[in-house]
Design a protein around this ligand. Structure first.
Ligand code: F0G
Length: 473
């Protein structure tokens, strides 16, 4: 294929041989509890020996240190100029993301490389400092989940070919976005082999999020309860039946989501001194991946400093913030939250967060929690000033404002706020605010100055000009 040919001559000598990755590593599942390792020729989610969570570990990772940090930075930067489809998305960082997948098996649907959008003066004033929103709503299924799904589905694609799999059922529990991403990416694979099933808590995903897996042709199963109930069910199914679990409990999802950290570093010219990343936390897969990603970069001297991490939760689902405040972790029963995608009382990846914080981020990991009013107004205020953030993005922005107020984040830092999905997915909560119709449990009262409604006028220029009080030329 002509358009994918690489003219190596146009690149500096020191990056030429590395531009198209050949390093395969030696990636295995590794238990975070007993450190047992398992071959990748199977789908595994917990350690068969001790039941702890698994992570992926490249046993040859130290070989990557033969290339110095500055050269790695150049490799990743020059790679942006290539026209090789498999490297266009999150696999730009293939060596540190998931080296063992051959390029031919990578599925690319346009994920990754989402923009950093600077806050304007008015929004900076409200929050207390200038910051960037990294807008992960601008992914194919409109959330950051596409990052992890691109790695998981590429691995499935590779496994189908390598292991000659004839039948595969991909399944996940979801608060809405994982299911949208899983259904989208699975729908790209051969339907004669792959079936796609999503399990949703009935009435607890938005209409747009429900429409997504339906549109992708997945089997959508709604059950009573909340996300935590759905998660328990898919965990049991994955334990007992031959299904491929696509929640972030699957460590291959985490591999892809590390790309968020890689991109933030790249977009900031790899200068992570004084960097703070603000992340909304639900099942805790994302914050795990972000910490792991920065750690990989740090180990290879691609960056010189680990960032400060600020985790944000609604008080209606705040087990991580409560743990950080009290030192004790307890699963909780969640209450209704506009940050509905993060409405999780017992985050599956919490043991990974705890370990990463204890081992590497202890001085640099903070958590804040917020009222529902603060969360929704974080979204509305941002979207009135040039952004398209979801309620979880609003949670991040309001969380930053609180962290600034509490003195957790100094005003001279470089701050990147994670907006994890697109505004449009959560327009039902915007609507409830504009109609001041939130059920009592949310404890949200609309402020008139933030309410906006359509105006009904007759179809005439005069009527509209009169309403707008336009001056004649
Ligand atoms: N923001 C959005 C938009 C989400 O969809 C989620 C999680 C989070 C934040 C929290 O991220 O779970 O990695 O801590 N949604 C999952 C789902 C649970 O099923 O879509 P997390």
């Amino acid at each position: 294929m002509k358009h994918t040919e690489v003219n190596f001559e146009q690149f500096p000598r020191h990056v030429r041989e590395h531009l198209v990755p050949t390093y395969e590593g030696d990636v295995v599942y590794e238990c975070i509890g007993c450190a047992a390792t398992y071959h990748l020729n199977q789908f595994l989610y917990t350690c068969p020996a001790c039941k702890s969570l698994l992570r992926l570990h490249d046993r040859k990772f130290d070989e990557l240190k033969k290339i110095d940090g500055a050269t790695w930075r150049d490799i990743f930067d020059y790679r942006l100029m290539l026209r090789l489809e498999p490297l266009k998305g999150i696999f730009l960082f293939k060596e540190i993301l998931f080296p063992s997948i051959p390029l031919q098996d990578i599925i690319y649907l346009g994920e990754g490389h989402t923009p950093l959008v600077r806050s304007n003066a008015a929004l900076s004033g409200l929050v207390g400092m200038e910051f960037f929103v990294k807008n992960d709503g601008l992914n194919p299924s409109a959330s950051f989940k596409d990052r992890g799904m691109a790695s998981a589905i590429s691995f499935i694609n590779y496994s189908i070919r390598k292991r000659n799999i004839k039948e595969l059922l991909g399944i996940c529990a979801s608060t809405g976005d994982t299911s949208a991403a899983a259904a989208l990416y699975l729908s790209y694979l051969d339907k004669n082999i792959v079936r796609s099933v999503v399990l949703l808590p009935k009435g607890k995903v938005t209409p747009q999020q429900l429409a997504q897996p339906l549109g992708s042709g997945a089997t959508v199963i709604e059950v009573p309860g909340v996300f935590d109930d759905c998660m328990r069910i898919v965990e049991q199914l994955a334990e007992r039946y031959q299904v491929c679990l696509l929640n972030s409990k699957n460590p291959i999802r985490i591999m892809g989501q590390k790309s968020y950290a890689f991109e933030v570093a790249q977009q900031l010219g790899y200068d992570t001194k004084d960097l703070t990343v603000v992340v909304p936390v639900g099942n805790a897969g994302n914050v795990t991946a972000i910490m792991e990603g920065f750690l990989d970069l740090y180990r290879l001297s691609i960056i010189a400093h680990l960032p400060q991490i600020v985790a944000v939760q609604s008080r209606h689902a705040n087990p991580v913030a409560a743990w950080r405040a009290s030192g004790r972790y307890e699963p909780m029963t969640v209450q209704s939250s506009v940050a509905q995608a993060a409405m999780i009382g017992d985050p599956v990846s919490f043991p990974k967060v705890k370990k990463l914080v204890e081992e590497y981020f202890n001085q640099q990991f903070f958590a804040v929690d917020l009222s529902e009013q603060e969360v929704i107004e974080g979204m509305l205020e941002a979207n009135r000033r040039g952004h398209v953030v979801c309620t979880q993005g609003g949670e991040s922005i309001a969380g930053l404002a609180k962290a600034v107020k509490l003195g957790i984040v100094a005003k001279d830092r470089t701050v990147v706020v994670d907006s994890t999905s697109h505004q449009l997915k959560f327009s039902n909560f915007q609507q409830m605010y504009f109609e001041n119709s939130f059920p009592a449990e949310y404890q949200i009262t609309a402020k008139p100055e933030l309410v906006n409604k359509p105006v009904q006028l007759e179809a005439s220029a005069d009527a509209i000009a009169g309403y707008l009080k336009l001056k004649e030329k």
